[in-house]
Design a protein around this ligand. Structure first.
Ligand SMILES: CNc1nc2cc(C(=O)NN)ccc2[nH]1
Length: 374
């Protein structure tokens, strides 16, 4: 095992946008990358080899869910997450912090960590920076995220500042707890709400810790898109250009395109999978909700130009029927279509950047979405 087991190489740039490769023992992540969300050790309604076949190089696992059920120690006893869910490729796990704030009955947050009650059975749990890294290690995670405090927006500057500074102290504790794990990485998370000076301070303090990669957290939490984009523009110059940038929880195809333009390399979002389960589809011609009665006798496929069977074979009428009937196959086919489109978009972005024609590609995709949504 050489120490150089986790590398990131920027291969091409086009303005602030870049293509790159993260190389690690379990595989290569081509960036810009979209990570399908595999919350409870499954990308819902998908087979792992189907997810891989669409071009996903890495999936996300949620620490909060897995620590509660089946439990981190149990996953470790069963050989780790890769073996457990039959996904031998890279896995990024979040720290649990965001979901404690958004899902659990949060009991307390202090210097030590967060104390919360499980949304499943009400049992009390404590998540400290050290325990979060320990859990992610037990899961066998390849890219582990620091524990941080993610504030909801809008919030006062004071609230944002307090959470950002706590997150910086927790980043240091996570770095110590993570230690040296060749072939694995721990990413810091830039916080600071919608306050530019706080975002810059967070980015610069984290850069000094010389971590393997950096996330931009605390966005897509209710703020308008232009605020999110302004925060990305604010922090980007203060984030090491030679390290991956990961925008957490983002987003729609338009969010992703605008963030790639501004130098973001990695994304995760429940949008394509969750929306698919609720009848909403993403295509090159924009979004459609298959519950809508206008599709009841529409014999055309979702997208004949797509290579994905779910998109080019089944009629909208049939998909409408499945969705209205709440049939499992409806969730499967629409999830499949959505992830296929997201991965096709990422591949198109990577190709356009590599060929120095990102701006014209963005113009093309936006025109396609606009046409379809008329
Ligand atoms: C859907 N929006 C959204 N924002 C997120 C922010 C974080 C974060 O800051 N974690 N530390 C995680 C997941 C998110 N999902």
């Amino acid at each position: 095992m050489t120490t150089e087991q986790f590398t990131f190489t920027v291969t091409k740039t086009d303005g602030a946008a870049r293509t790159g490769e993260i190389r690690m023992p379990r595989g290569v992540i081509r960036t810009p990358a979209f990570m399908p969300v595999g919350t409870a050790a499954t990308v819902k309604a998908m087979y792992p080899d189907q997810v891989k076949a669409l071009g996903a190089d890495v999936v996300l696992g949620n620490t909060y869910h897995l620590m509660l059920r089946p439990g981190a120690e149990r996953v470790a006893r069963l050989g780790g997450l890769h073996q457990f869910m039959n996904w031998p490729y890279p896995i990024l796990t979040d720290s649990g912090g965001f979901q404690v704030m958004s899902l659990s009955a949060l009991r307390k947050i202090d210097e030590t960590g967060v104390t919360f009650q499980s949304h499943i059975d009400g049992s009390t749990h404590v998540l400290t920076p050290e325990r979060s890294i320990e859990i992610q290690g037990l899961l066998g995670s390849d890219i582990q995220m620091q524990l941080d405090e993610c504030v909801k927006l809008p919030c006062t500057d004071e609230v944002a500042e307090k959470a950002m500074r706590l997150s910086l102290r927790w980043a240091e504790r996570c770095r110590v707890a993570f230690g040296e794990q060749p072939g694995k990485a721990m990413f810091g998370i830039v916080q600071g709400g919608a306050v530019e000076r706080l975002r810059i301070e967070s980015a610069r303090e984290l850069a000094a810790l010389d971590l393997k990669g950096y996330a931009i957290g605390g966005l897509a939490v209710g703020e308008p898109q232009e605020v999110m984009l302004r925060m990305i523009e604010t922090v980007e110059p203060h984030m090491p250009a030679e390290k991956p940038r990961y925008l957490m929880g983002v987003g729609t195809p338009d969010d992703i395109v605008e963030a790639v333009r501004r130098g973001v390399d990695m994304f995760d979002c429940v949008m394509p999978t969750r929306a698919g389960r609720h009848g909403q589809v993403f295509t090159r011609h924009g979004r459609m909700n298959l519950r809508n009665a206008r599709f009841a006798e529409d014999t055309s496929p979702l997208d004949p130009e797509s290579k994905c069977t779910a998109s080019n074979t089944y009629s909208r009428a049939y998909l409408h029927h499945l969705v209205r009937s709440n049939e499992i196959l409806g969730m499967m086919l629409l999830t499949w279509n959505n992830l296929a489109y997201y991965q096709e978009l990422m591949a198109g972005l990577r190709k356009a950047i590599a060929e120095g024609r990102l701006e014209s590609y963005i113009g093309e995709v936006k025109e396609g979405w606009a046409k379809g949504e008329r």
